[in-house]
Write a protein that binds this ligand. Sequence first.
Ligand code: FES
Length: 157
Amino acid sequence: MFELSKDGLEFVNKEMKRYETKRSAIIPCLFKIQEENGGWVSPESILYLAKIMDVPESWVHEVSSFYTMFNQEPVGRFHVQVCCNISCAMNGGRELADHLVKSLNIGEEGMSPEGRYTVTRVECLGSCGTAPMMQVNDDYHENLTPDKAVKILRELE
Ligand code: FES
């Protein structure tokens, strides 16, 4: 059964006091849930957050399913989000994503067999001037070529 750590609970309580309405605190609290739930927001963790925030489960669910930064499925240790929006697409973003899927042996579920990488294609990450780019966990990598991107990923500890 999913439960937040003591620090996680303190974080949620602090966020609920910080905003005028509880609803406004859902986004930062979901980030904490995702962090403590191994990188994704499971149905169980959404229900848990709704209970401790004392808000309807549907409010938490609608926020978590709207924003792509909340993962609806488990992800690998390194979550590689490749931007395929206009600027990145025009500079090889889609080919970059295809290359990573092939090079990292990403299967049907979007994850490499040993669970090291998940590759997802995403919309604009706000770094259009340095296209093509990818976000790996919390870090941005910009002005990529397919070989440069694979090298970065292989060297991650
Ligand atoms: S189009 Fe890729 S970061 Fe904006």
